[in-house]
Structure formats: structure tokens, C-alpha cells
Design a protein around this ligand. Structure first.
Ligand SMILES: N[C@@H](CCC(=O)N[C@@H](CS)C(=O)NCC(=O)O)C(=O)O
Length: 308
């Protein structure tokens, strides 16, 4: 099997979620660092224009969005499982809260508390991506007490769960909920000047944070972006061609579609032809000069598929 290639940058919280996932499964992976803001000239050919971080590549198969990446890791490397102690199914529901409302609160906290110091191009990019076309970081700054009140209650739920004596969210063994919660605590600690002081009120959560950090990131080793592109070009797509007769959108093989996150972030749509459509994932074939023909995978939940 081709190696796991992970396109990310060290400061990316969503990437930290996946890096902990590699740690839980003790995987070796190749690390390609990408720019923090577009243009991302060596990534976009692989993703057909998808600009978010992180992205995983295995040969000519490209996995966009951490939900899709983590699901693929569980499929390919079932043990140790992301669902210890019977967390199957439920953990994905939990991820819609951690990556949805809770992530949004923390983004508002980080953007609002750093409003005076962010480089202009970064503020413009992230303001539009997360807060919409009429974003106003000063307004976020003024709203910080409200936002902190939300996060305090939400982190309190996690602390409450761990205060029962569980070593990890699902019991004795780490699983997906630990990665889902950890990256947000990591983000708050590292990118809000009052983060460490704020977190100190959650005793059980802080003790758990140390245990999750000790899991580590598996075994990364660096790779050049040009080598990753060469691998995509020289590999065959390994995903089978398949659609579902009960597909609610009646997707069929070879159909031209475009896919984009189902949120108002100004994300570009990715175009290609349907190669695989299942209940949880869609994969499209996309061709360009630099990457050759690649198969780009997205989750169904949180993404919109439109006929092109
Ligand atoms: N739903 C996506 C969210 C990804 C996301 O928003 N990532 C941030 C970085 S942590 C991002 O893309 N920032 C803009 C960028 O890197 O260009 C996922 O789970 O992968």
C-alpha cells in the first residue's frame, strides 16, 4: 500500500486532531507542509481547488476534511479502534458538535482576542472563511465575554465526564472523542493569551490533556510537495467505482458534479465526475496537468453536491 501523506501546517488545530488520530493508531506517515493561506499551488492540483487544511493523500486518492480522513484511517487500520468501549456511530455525532458549534465558538474566541495583532491578510482570509462576508473582528472582540461563557459551559461538560475517573473519554483506551476534544483544548491553550489560566479551572480536563499529549503523533517524516505530486501522477486510483441505487440525490457513475462545504465560507467548488457515492462519502475523479487523474473524497455530511 502507498504511504500516508498528510498535507498540513504545524499551527493548524484541525490537523492536530488528525495527528493525534495517527498517534492513537501508531501510524507512520509522511508530512508535507502547506501554506497557511491561499494560494496553495502544490496542494490545489491534488484537491481540485479545495483550500482547507488538512488533506490526506494515499497514492492517487485524496481525502478532504478531517471527518473523511479519520473515517478512512478507521477503515484501513481498524485496530486500535477509534471506537473503544462501544463508541461506534455515536462518536461521529459528537464530532458534529465539537467541529460545529464548539469549534465556531473557539474560532470566535481566537479571532476576537487576537483582533489587534493578526496580520491583515490572515485576518481577512479567516474572517471571511469563518464569519461570513460581513465579518467584523472588533465586534467579535466586544462579544468575548459571551463567547467565553459558552466555552466555559462546554468545556465543563468534558471536565465533568473525565471527573468520574475515566482516563479517556470512552474509558481506559483513547478513541476518536479524545482527538475531537483535544485539538480544541490545544487551540485554546496555544492561541489565547489567557488560555492556560482559563483552562486551570478544569482539573480533570487538564490531567486528561497531559495523557492525550503523551499519545503523540505516530511516526511522521518529512516529504517535499513535489514528491507528493509525483506520487499522485504515478499511482492508479485504488477506490472502487460504485454508486448506491438508493442515493437520495440519484448520483450515477460519471456524472459531472461540483462539491463544496455547506457553509458560507467563500470556498471554491471542486468539479469532477462521480467515481464513488456512498452513505457517508462521495469521491470524484478530477484531472489536471500537475496531479494527473486523482480521486478526491469528501464527507457527505457538511458538504453540498450539485450537478455541474
Ligand atoms: N471541516 C474541516 C475544517 C477545516 C478547517 O477549517 N481547517 C482550517 C485550519 S485548522 C483551515 O482550513 N483554515 C484555512 C486554511 O488552512 O487555508 C475539517 O474538518 O477538515
Amino acid at each position: 500500500m502507498s504511504e500516508i501523506i498528510f498535507h498540513h501546517y504545524p499551527q493548524s488545530p484541525v490537523s492536530e486532531k488528525v495527528r493525534i488520530g495517527f498517534g492513537i493508531k501508531t501510524l507512520a506517515w509522511r508530512s508535507v507542509h502547506i501554506p497557511r493561506i491561499p494560494p496553495k499551488p502544490d496542494l490545489m492540483p491534488l484537491t481540485g481547488g479545495y483550500r482547507r487544511t488538512p488533506v490526506m493523500q494515499i497514492g492517487a486518492d485524496i481525502y478532504c476534511d478531517s471527518q473523511c480522513i479519520l473515517r478512512e484511517l478507521q477503515n484501513r487500520f481498524p485496530e486500535p479502534t477509534f471506537y473503544p468501549g462501544g463508541g461506534d456511530g455515536m462518536v461521529w455525532g459528537v464530532s458534529r458538535w465539537t467541529d460545529g458549534e464548539l469549534f465556531t465558538h473557539i474560532i470566535k474566541l481566537v479571532l476576537g482576542s487576537n483582533a489587534d495583532d493578526l496580520p491583515e491578510d490572515f485576518a481577512k482570509d479567516r474572517g471571511r472563511l469563518y464569519l461570513g462576508p460581513n465579518y467584523d473582528l472588533k465586534k467579535q472582540q466586544a462579544d468575548l465575554p459571551h463567547i467565553i461563557s459558552q466555552i466555559r459551559a462546554e468545556f465543563g461538560w468534558m471536565d465533568q465526564r473525565l471527573a468520574t475517573g475515566r482516563r479517556f473519554m470512552l474509558g481506559d483506551h483513547p478513541g476518536l472523542p479524545d482527538a475531537l476534544a483535544y485539538y480544541l483544548v490545544w487551540f485554546v491553550r496555544g492561541r489565547w493569551d489567557k488560555g492556560p489560566e482559563f483552562l486551570s479551572q478544569f482539573e480533570a480536563l487538564v490531567a486528561w490533556e497531559t495523557r492525550v499529549a503523551a499519545i503523540g503523533h505516530g511516526q511522521p517524516s518529512e516529504m517535499d510537495a513535489s514528491e507528493a505530486l509525483e506520487i499522485a501522477r504515478s499511482c492508479e486510483i485504488k477506490t472502487i467505482e460504485q454508486t448506491d441505487p438508493n442515493d437520495p440525490q440519484s448520483l450515477v457513475l460519471g456524472q459531472e458534479v461540483e462539491i463544496l462545504p455547506d457553509s458560507d465560507g467563500g470556498d471554491p467548488a471542486v468539479r469532477g465526475t462521480v467515481h464513488y457515492a456512498g452513505r457517508e462519502t462521495i469521491a470524484i475523479k478530477h484531472t489536471n496537468e500537475r496531479a494527473g487523474t486523482v480521486c478526491i473524497h469528501f464527507p457527505r455530511v457538511g458538504f453540498r453536491i450539485r450537478p455541474a
